[in-house]
Design a protein around this ligand. Structure first.
Ligand code: ZN
Length: 333
């Protein structure tokens, strides 16, 4: 975009692009400069909070029992999950103007087909978290994913709404039910996994996820390996497959997809180092990508480069999140 000739359009677009959060970027502390950020959903912890108040404040969804098995299938040292948060246009819903929308639309027109080609070449599975209305806008994109018969589709909100901002537990429960129903009808399979848009858990969210019967969640960040979520002191039975901001494209490239630094080589070095220690520790590695961000030409080459590097190790298990969750849930003697 030539900003010297279309200054106003540029400013509007950049402001819109700039404040909207990344898919998985936690926003527990909303930026004070934006009047459009939701109010805190829970009372803050202050110097006057009692021990019990602090315990309650942090107790909704906590780290519990580690679930990394002694061995992964076929003797693999590490499990690898490639995950894609397919947000596309829905990050621009607050002010849906054509130019910023088109930045997201790129995810469906170009990036997802490109990602699917890479996954096909390497014959590896992946998990796609897609907002229901993203499926509505791009049914052909969903068909391409489901048609591979190798990938998983998980819940990622209705319009990528920030759940703490819904502000009403009953409404949040109805939204989640709609999400599940829509994806079930669209894919033919009931989703078993969920990743909260913008990592937004309200005080009610985890209880709703548990009540809905999800096998796993992938929104929290409390460890580098699978664990059981403990809620208010009690094991919940829900598996957490935790994400990591350092393994997320959004934190490096942001929304603009304009080729700014850091270089894809620098990002690749971080992903590789994250995988290498997971391999050494025999746990798991979860990569989180946003097609309209990480699917740009100069960046997608690193997905293939990373898969090639990981495969060169040999004893690695590429799996969907559902496959990993089912495996770690199995009782073992
Ligand atoms: Zn997202």
């Amino acid at each position: 975009m030539d900003c010297s000739r279309r200054r106003h359009t540029c400013v509007v677009a950049l402001v819109l692009i700039g404040w909207l959060p990344g898919c998985s970027a936690p926003r527990a502390q909303p930026a004070p400069t934006s009047s459009q950020q939701p109010a805190p959903a829970v009372p803050p912890i202050t110097i006057d909070s009692t021990e019990e108040q602090i315990r309650q404040a942090v107790g909704t969804a906590r780290f519990g029992k580690k679930l990394t098995p002694a061995a992964w299938p076929n003797g693999a040292r590490v499990a690898v999950c490639l995950t894609f948060d397919v947000d596309n246009e829905l990050l621009q819903r607050a002010n849906p103007l054509p130019v910023p929308l088109s930045v997201g639309e790129y995810g469906a027109t170009t990036a997802v087909p490109r990602i699917l080609d890479v996954l096909d070449r390497h014959q590896v599975p992946a998990t796609f978290f897609i907002p229901a209305m993203g499926v509505m806008l791009h049914p052909e994109m969903l068909s391409a994913i489901v048609g591979r018969h190798r990938h998983e589709v998980g819940v990622h909100g209705w319009i990528h709404e920030f759940w703490p901002g819904v502000g009403d537990a009953a409404k949040e429960e109805r939204m989640l039910a709609k999400d599940i129903d829509y994806l079930t009808k669209a894919t033919g399979t009931r989703p078993v996994g969920v990743r909260a848009p913008s990592s937004g858990f309200s005080p009610q969210t985890f209880g709703l996820i548990r009540k809905a019967g999800f096998l796993y969640d992938s929104s929290l960040l409390a460890a580098d390996e699978p664990y059981e979520i403990v809620s208010n002191g009690e094991p919940s039975g829900v598996i957490e497959l935790p994400i990591a901001e350092v393994s997320n494209d959004y934190v490096y490239y942001g929304e603009t997809a304009n080729g700014a630094m850091p270089s894809p080589d620098a990002v690749f070095a971080i992903y590789k180092a994250e995988f290498d220690l997971a391999y050494q520790e025999r746990t798991m590695f979860i990569l989180t990508q946003h097609p309209h961000v990480g699917g740009r030409r100069s960046r997608i080459v690193n997905l293939e480069r990373l898969i090639t590097y990981i495969k060169s190790k040999g004893d690695v298990w590429f799996a969907t999140m559902e496959q990993v969750a089912n495996y770690v849930k199995q009782p073992r003697s």
